[in-house]
Design a protein around this ligand. Sequence first.
Ligand SMILES: [Zn+2]
Length: 73
Amino acid sequence: MSRILRGGDVVPTSGVYATLHSTPHKLIERKLYLKGERFPSCHFCPLGVLYKLEQRGETGQAGTLREHDLVAS
Ligand SMILES: [Zn+2]
């Protein structure tokens, strides 16, 4: 049930958002945005930029991986 948001929209929930540019000049980025900010739009994308919430929260630990757990015998 994640909502798709656009450049210029107000950030509804703090968290990590996937950024999808409508022209393929950039890879998908994941970035933290805080509630109440506005998503930036992009000069290169006349159709705009889409933002999709990937992980809630503002702890900045969204990328924490537990790979060591997998290696433990
Ligand atoms: Zn763009």
